[in-house]
Design a protein around this ligand. Structure first.
Ligand SMILES: *Cc1c(COP(=O)(O)O)cnc(C)c1O
Length: 434
């Protein structure tokens, strides 16, 4: 697989280079030079194929044996799997929260970590992952990289501004996972990380690399569950298939669109957002106006400048008309989100987290046009991760998954650090400069 930058000003690279660079040197996002044709491979899959088998089929088609034997690689990378839940009326939830941090980002993080470990070990090299988190992404990354060979992870988070559970998820792993609590806000954490990557002297001394959500190594694995869900429903009926994607940075949606381009027979996508609606607005008006985000109950989708927008547009040849032919938009506000969560709990005994609820609300608006078909909503997080909102909506606390419950009882460890690039620089050199 060869990759080029969406800005077209950077050299074409292979998958390993794109993986370790994250962002292309011209500031663009990596996209495949040529679209793979996986139609035959994808059509051969059915309900009997488990998630690693599906993942291996896609990996083999895209990357051959770059990561070793594809099936062996997929089985060791994904000890967890999605589940498909029938909500009735043709709406399904594709539950992506059965991984270690109980959100879909576990898939991208697991694949990125396993790929990096494999390639570093082959080359006898080392990497230091440097990342800032406002809570959620960091815990998926920390879990995925824990105990990986040749890799250390340094996570910056704003002290007192992540939830107690999130803080425990970042600070209780230990070993190669180093948590720094920054005396500042999330923006300070991001600025410090950015400055570290721009510090040439530091980068010459410490092999820094990023694990952020624009990395192609996080995007590719997010296509696997679209393929798996489609294979699961292969025998259900011949009707149309639409995927509804609760979206913020639009990584998940972009991954689904990639799977469709490779040959997965999907009829339509629906981008479901909260009040941060720049993409639905663009689909409606043709005018793209990125702006500051506003706070909502589905806070992992509070994004005003979606980082994958350029990549998504690139796939459609930057044509509004062709994006519109495949992707619709729906905006669901906080009041509607809470009402839907309450209704599903009362009538079906089903807990939904606020992000998944945005998707289900959007699906309900479209289901009338989908008689006989299937609408699959991506279930992005376990309801137990958003206890307060779920309790507010339903009056009941949802159960926390065991793996999160046990984290709460553990003692965490982190080091305080001033919100200054120089402080981070000194720390990194002390820890990692040979
Ligand atoms: C990250 C996240 C989203 C948004 O996904 P994007 O790929 O950024 O669009 C939705 N829900 C949850 C729970 C998330 O963590």
């Amino acid at each position: 697989m060869q990759l080029k930058s969406t800005n077209n000003q950077a050299p074409i690279v292979g998958f390993p280079e794109a993986l370790f660079q994250g962002l292309a040197p011209d500031g663009g996002l990596y996209v495949p030079v040529e679209e793979a044709d996986l139609k035959q491979r994808l059509r051969s899959l059915g309900p009997a194929d488990d998630f690693p088998a599906v993942a291996a089929t896609v990996v083999e088609g895209l990357l051959g044996d770059t990561l070793g034997d594809p099936l062996e690689f997929a089985r060791s990378t994904f000890p967890f799997a999605p589940e498909l839940r029938d909500l009735g009326n043709g709406i399904y939830v594709l539950e992506l929260w059965h991984g270690p941090s109980a959100a879909f980002k576990d898939y991208g993080a697991a694949f990125l970590a396993a790929s990096m470990e494999r390639l570093l070990t082959d080359r006898n090299q080392r990497a230091i992952i440097l990342t800032a988190t406002s809570g959620d992404t960091g815990s998926a990354v920390a879990q995925a990289f824990h105990n990986r060979e040749n890799i250390d992870v340094v996570i910056l988070y704003p002290e007192g501004r992540v939830s107690p559970l999130q803080e425990k998820q970042l600070t209780t792993l230990g070993g190669n996972i180093h948590a720094l609590r920054v005396q500042g806000a999330f923006d300070d954490c991001q600025r410090m990380v950015k400055e570290a990557f721009m510090d040439r002297d530091l980068c010459a001394k410490v092999p820094l690399t990023s694990a952020n959500s624009i990395n192609i190594g996080r995007l590719i694995p997010q296509s696997f569950y679209y393929v798996w869900a489609h294979a699961q429903l292969k025998d259900a009926n011949a009707g149309e298939r639409m995927f509804v994607v609760p979206s913020g940075n639009f990584g998940n949606l972009t991954a689904g669109v990639m799977a469709w381009r490779w040959g997965l027979p999907i009829d339509a996508f629906l981008a479901a957002t909260n009040a941060n609606d720049v993409v639905p607005e663009y689909l409606e008006t043709g005018i793209y106006t990125p702006r500051e985000s506003v706070a909502t109950y589905s806070n992992a989708m509070d994004v005003g400048r979606p980082s994958n927008f350029d990549r998504l547009m690139h796939i459609f040849g930057n044509s509004l008309e062709s994006v519109r032919s495949m992707i619709g938009g729906e905006v669901v506000n906080d009041t509607e989100t809470l009402a839907l969560m309450q209704r599903y709990h009362r009538s079906k005994g089903v807990f939904l987290d606020p992000h998944t609820a945005v998707g289900v609300a959007a699906a309900e608006r479209r289901i009338k046009d989908y008689t006989g078909g299937r609408i699959i909503v991506l279930g992005t997080a376990h309801p137990g991760k958003f206890l307060e909102v779920v309790e507010q909506a339903t009056g009941v606390q949802p159960p926390l998954p065991d793996r999160l419950q046990s984290v709460l009882a553990k003692q965490g460890q982190s080091e305080p650090i001033a919100a200054e690039a120089a402080a981070l620089r000194a720390r990194l050199i002390e820890w990692f400069h040979a």
